[in-house]
Design a protein around this ligand. Sequence first.
Ligand code: FES
Length: 122
Amino acid sequence: MPAKPRLNICITCTASHADAQTDPRHGKQLFDRMTELCADQDLPFDLRPAECLNNCKSGCSIALNGAGKWGYVYGNVDPDTMIDDLCDLAQRYAESEEGIVAWRERPESLRRNVIARIPPLD
Ligand code: FES
């Protein structure tokens, strides 16, 4: 059985709207809240922490990837307001054939947050 697609969350991010770092960092808060949300659900993706996705000025940053799927980096994810939308996006990503979630099918709060996309391995 192939591995599930992954939602990678940068745990060292500071949110782009913040004046200063927090302890724990905004990215860690995002990861912890997503872990809590996912705990009792059988979701079609795995959650992984990552240390820096090289998108530090537009934190919080996350990356979606999976076998045979386009990879996506998203930025400016607000750990206070976007948890449910991020979970929705990751589910749609995991359930898509090639990792492509059409703009109109993305949660509205994340529609303009794509930083980069990466072609799949053959
Ligand atoms: S610290 Fe999160 S992208 Fe660099």
